[in-house]
Write a protein that binds this ligand. Structure first.
Ligand code: HEC
Ligand code: HEC
Length: 311
């Protein structure tokens, strides 16, 4: 009996009573990011709460339970599904580095991303598309929420529980108004007439700047192409323009916007220059399509010229 007391109970008592005496003396350092703050603590709007249900039914297998792009199917996909928590969105109408507008996300959900495994949810009811888009924005603002919560805890000397009990709604409103509510699409002035001169100017600029990644003939085989890396340090290839397949639409306006906004999280930069220079590039790139290329079966409104039900 004594041995049992010595071997089992004494160490147990140590374990139970020892730590509080130690931790009590260690000053609590407030971190810059509230690590214990979970996505489930980030307050949902009514639309986003509905969007979460839509998300769990349709998106979770690829984008993962908390939107980190780590769903069950993710390891089999190339490129891998987007990590919405990271906040780098490629296909936007907003300036470089910004989050996407709800309409940008609805477009991606509606049209899918041709050339990747992101499917089109054309048949999904409009209200569900909008709701799930808002839920994606909800996930994308979470990391700013984490920072704002940590700042609040520090400034007001509050615990996470106290912030969650009384301050979190205000924090969410502030983050949302800064990161989402103020988003504006970049202006797209009308295209000048497509002349030989415009195309020649586009070609000249292309061969000076774009070919090192996209290749002289646009096949995506430029000298830098095989060394390109995305934000996760994963290999990424520059688009092959001869296929005519673009992720986010192949109308000249779509290409204009892609160049102006850049593709966040990838080596594809935002392209400076006058609107006419950008239009020259856009029309030139579209002229590189191989006339024998496979015709994309993308539905109306998604801007694939020659597509099955193009409009
Ligand atoms: C079969 C897997 C799969 C499913 C299901 C799926 N996605 Fe995706 N999604 C992807 C992949 C892969 C990408 C990345 C493509 C790329 O990088 O070009 C992506 C990218 C996206 C993007 C792009 C964001 C950007 O601009 O960078 C959005 C938005 C998106 N998905 C939303 C959704 C929503 C919402 C659902 C559910 C309604 C969904 N996805 C379902 C695979 C999937
Ligand atoms: C440093 C390398 C690099 C340079 C320079 C570069 N690009 Fe890209 N570009 C990329 C990569 C990588 C992608 C594919 C990104 C992805 O889909 O994730 C891309 C994609 C694109 C897309 C595809 C958008 C879509 O919807 O599919 C267009 C259009 C484009 N680039 C145009 C240009 C033009 C025009 C120039 C020159 C003014 C240029 N790029 C210069 C790397 C580059």
């Amino acid at each position: 009996m004594m041995t049992v007391f010595a071997v089992v109970l004494v160490p147990t008592l140590f374990v139970v009573f020892w730590p509080p005496t130690i931790t009590a003396k260690v000053p609590v350092k407030q971190p810059d990011i509230a690590e214990d703050f979970a996505l489930a603590d980030w307050p949902l709007s009514k639309a986003a709460a509905f969007g979460k249900i839509v998300y769990e039914k349709n998106c979770i297998g690829c984008h993962g339970t908390t939107g980190r792009g780590d769903g069950e199917a993710a390891p089999f996909l190339d490129p891998i599904p987007r990590n919405f928590q990271r906040g780098a969105f490629k296909f936007r109408t907003t300036p470089t580095g910004k989050l996407p507008m709800k309409n940008d996300l609805v477009r991606t959900i509606n049209c899918g991303l041709p050339g990747s495994s992101m499917p089109s949810f054309k048949l999904m009811p409009e209200v569900e598309k909008k709701a799930v888009a808002e839920y994606v924005q909800h996930i994308a603002t979470f990391r700013f929420g984490k920072r704002a919560v940590a700042k609040d805890m520090k400034r007001k000397k509050l615990s996470l529980e106290e912030v969650l009990a009384s301050r979190i709604e205000d924090i969410k409103t502030a983050v949302w108004s800064k990161r989402i509510a103020r988003l504006q699409p970049i202006p797209v002035p009308p295209s000048p007439k497509v002349t030989d001169k415009l195309l020649a100017a586009g070609k000249k600029r292309y061969l000076g700047e774009c070919n090192r990644c996209h290749g002289d003939s646009g096949r995506g085989d430029g000298i830098s192409s095989y060394t390109l890396r995305d934000w996760k340090d994963e290999a990424i290839v520059a688009r092959d323009f001869t296929t005519g397949i673009f992720r986010a639409g192949s109308k000249p306006e779509d290409i204009f916007v892609r160049m102006r906004t850049g593709l966040n999280g990838t080596p594809m930069p935002s392209i400076p220059g006058s609107a006419d220079e950008i239009w020259g590039l856009a029309h030139y790139i579209l002229s590189l399509k191989d006339p024998n290329a496979y015709k994309s079966r993308v539905h109306a409104g998604c801007g694939i010229p020659g597509g099955e039900d193009d409009n």
